[in-house]
Design a protein around this ligand. Structure first.
Ligand SMILES: [Zn+2]
Length: 342
């Protein structure tokens, strides 16, 4: 068994995945046509070419991302893209996904909250992949809007396991959403928040997430590594960093490899995720992990440790976690055995 096959066949969990970032260019065009939405790109090639986000990268990426979300207009659309993504998970050998969705944009486009959750659930129910939902607020919107969404989510507590925060970080510090997080904790939701890379006040924002919001996970969170106290805090509290070493079209390869290596060496619980697989050149889990492994020269044990961190950081019952971890260890042992005897 070579390393590529080892990674392909590894039982996987993904904790940082936006369902809106899984719409393929082909699907974007189909849905734009079906829903009568006028988009600036007219072919799959034009859409793929536009994935070279250039400068400023985050702003250009978000523009592309929201254009792709804009074609989603009905529960049927949400069902179909979720079904597409879960079919990919089967191929990737991804066993468990904590799947983020951004309700605010969908509601604005006319999908009702219940219709949105029903569509996600319908696709989830039909799939062999285990999934849980994480509801993300766009941080450039208001606290009032977030509280409104939380009120709607209360009726779907069996479906939505956690609450998150994403989109434009600049000018929108985590503490803007203190009340949303406090209320979410009272209601029993698990908590996460994006701490994006290279943002102003990135270290302070990570501190706010850990100490003020009291998150259980951080999405990205590379700048935790800039502050020895925060490193200690995440280790002590068992806060998993859901890193996404994705790369854009035109990039030489995965970003953040030195930081990820450092996390591993310092026993910071970090796992590797695809974020928006149809919008980055890194695409889906096996491809992303294989290239990270190759360029970072990570061993099979080290790749297994990242995946162990994902299962440990997931919000599933301990018995299931134990079963996944056992399977993961067995996969590593098989690889080692085959390598020794070949
Ligand atoms: Zn994300």
């Amino acid at each position: 068994m070579d390393m590529k096959q080892f990674i392909q066949e590894m039982p996987k969990a993904e904790l940082h995945l936006h369902i809106e970032g899984t719409v393929s260019p082909k699907r974007v065009l189909e849905l734009a046509d079906r829903n009568g939405v006028n988009i600036e790109f007219k072919s799959e090639k034009e859409l793929l070419d536009a994935q070279d986000y250039g400068t400023p990268p985050l702003e250009n990426f978000l523009k592309y991302h929201y254009m792709c979300s804009d074609v989603l207009r009905t529960g049927r659309d949400i069902f179909e893209i979720t079904q597409d993504y879960l079919e990919k998970c089967v191929i990737e050998n991804t066993r468990h996904v904590e799947l983020s969705f951004d309700p605010q944009g969908h509601l604005e486009r006319g999908i009702e909250f219940g219709e949105l959750i029903d569509a996600l659930n319908k696709a989830r129910k039909d799939s062999p992949v285990s999934t849980q939902l994480v509801m993300c607020m766009n941080r450039d919107r208001t606290l009032e809007s977030a509280l409104e969404m939380l009120k709607l989510a209360e009726d779907y507590k069996d479906d939505i396991v956690g609450l998150g925060l994403d989109s434009v970080e600049e000018g929108n510090p985590p503490v803007k959403f203190q009340e949303y997080y406090d209320r979410g904790r009272e209601l029993g939701f698990k908590l996460t928040a994006h701490c994006d890379c290279d943002q102003n006040n990135a270290v302070e924002h990570a501190r706010q997430c850990i100490h003020d919001l009291g998150v259980h996970r951080i999405d990205h969170g590379v700048h935790v590594m800039d502050d020895p106290q925060l490193i200690e805090d995440v280790k002590e509290r068992g806060i998993t960093l859901t890193m996404c070493p994705t790369w854009r079209l035109g990039d030489p390869g995965p970003r953040r490899i030195p930081a990820i290596r450092k996390m591993l060496e310092m026993n910071v619980p970090a796992c590797l995720n695809t974020d928006d697989p149809e919008e980055f050149a890194s695409r889906y889990m096996s491809n992303m992990l294989s290239v990270v492994q190759e360029q970072g020269e990570f061993s099979a044990e080290e790749m297994t440790q990242f995946m162990r961190n994902a299962f440990v950081g997931s919000w599933i019952p301990d018995a299931r976690r134990g079963a996944y971890l056992k399977e993961l260890n067995a996969h590593l042992n098989t690889f080692k055995y085959k390598s020794d005897t070949s």
